[in-house]
Design a protein around this ligand. Structure first.
Ligand code: KG4
Ligand code: ZN
Length: 341
């Protein structure tokens, strides 16, 4: 089964073709970073319009990269949520439209399920069950995963998501959007001993997170110590260390609570090198295994949507593609309001 995947939930147009026998055949991404850079963040209306411009050309390119014709596609998967509504609608409309035109089934994919299953695209894929740490721009979730679609939310953030905390703190440090990777680069030059930030909510039981205090801590540290380049790097380092440490403490707790020994990490922040190294080192020492996607599949991409969609389509899941337009609609069948047939 060959599935076309379409991701348009935020500021990246991601397209991929996944074949259930041969694996990933092609994937392509168009990032809107340059488009939003002047505004310091994603402008939803600009995002939607850019998806409108880019989605179909990118689908053509991906089909050609995969050596496929439209007739070779057996199903369409598109991100239906969560995300920016205007951006989502572009993928939904194109996905439904193509499936209808090609006379193949379509399925809606949950963006976070896409992230969660992305590590299964790698050669060294985890078996079920596992604990998943999902860290993206909009979500921070710890999930107990027994199988595809069998998800128990173990922990959530009470305020900012991990990626959001990275982005907001980066902005405070004068870094350009998107701030997460830029802050991570700055942190590499920082002195880990100069400042110590708190590890929020780690000294009480539970698996929830709260990251908004870290950015306040960063602001206060900057106002007390100045913002020369080295101080900014030291603040970035202290922030990243605190966030990574907090995530590790909660992951360890989730593994213990569930009795599981596999940890899967996905979403944009899982591309963070310090986080990957820290979890890897802990896993080795403490006897659990950690899995994550290649960096390009940590952030938003079409491959994870094609893959999640392929699993659901293979199990028979599909949406109704009926359009509600009525080419023939006799006026005298309307009935009084509320009594239409
Ligand atoms: O999963 P994703 O691409 O989009 C959402 O679903 O939100 O995640 C984007 C988030 C942004 O907040 C971005 O700053 C963060 O992931 N991010 C990083 C890194 N790469 C992306 N944060 C820290 N270090 C990175 N290397
Ligand atoms: Zn995402």
């Amino acid at each position: 089964m060959r599935i076309l995947g379409i991701e348009t939930s935020c500021d990246e147009t991601g397209i991929a073709i996944y074949d259930s026998e041969q694996g990933l055949l092609a994937d392509a991404l168009h990032s809107q970073v340059a488009l939003h850079a002047d505004y310091g963040g994603v402008v939803p209306e600009l995002a939607s319009r850019d998806h409108v411009r880019k989605t179909l050309p990118l689908i053509r390119k991906t089909l050609s990269d995969a050596g496929c014709a439209a007739g070779d596609i057996d199903g369409v998967a598109f991100t239906a949520g969560p995300g920016l509504v205007g951006a989502l609608l572009v993928g939904c409309a194109i996905g439904r439209g193509l499936a209808w035109a090609w006379d193949v089934p379509a399925v809606e994919v949950h963006h976070m399920e896409g992230h969660l299953l992305a590590p299964l695209l790698e050669d060294d894929a985890p078996d079920f069950p596992f604990v998943a740490l999902l860290v993206s721009g909009g979500h921070t979730l710890l999930v107990g995963v027994k199988g595809v679609g069998e998800y128990e939310i173990l922990g959530d953030t009470l305020d900012d998501a991990a990626g959001e905390a990275f982005d907001k703190t980066a902005k405070l440090l004068g870094l350009d959007y998107p701030g997460g990777p830029a802050l991570a680069r700055l942190a590499e030059r920082g002195d880990p001993r100069r400042f110590h930030f708190p590890r929020p909510m780690t000294n009480r039981p539970g698996l929830d997170f709260s990251f908004s205090g870290l950015k306040t801590f960063a602001v206060n540290t900057a106002s007390e110590n100045g913002d020369d380049p080295q101080t900014r790097a030291d603040i970035a380092r202290a922030f990243q260390d605190a966030l990574v440490d907090t995530l590790l403490i909660k992951c360890r707790r989730a593994l213990k609570q569930t009795g599981m020994h596999r940890l899967v990490m996905a979403g944009g922040v899982s591309a963070n090198r310090a986080l990957r190294e820290r979890l890897q080192a802990a896993a080795k020492k403490e006897g659990f295994r950690v899995y994550y996607p290649r960096p390009a599949f940590c952030t938003d991409n079409g491959a994870m949507i094609a893959f999640a969609g392929a699993l659901r389509l293979a199990a028979g899941e599909r949406i109704d593609l009926a359009f509600n337009g009525r080419p023939r609609w006799p006026l005298d069948t309307l009935g009084a309001p509320g009594q239409a047939v």
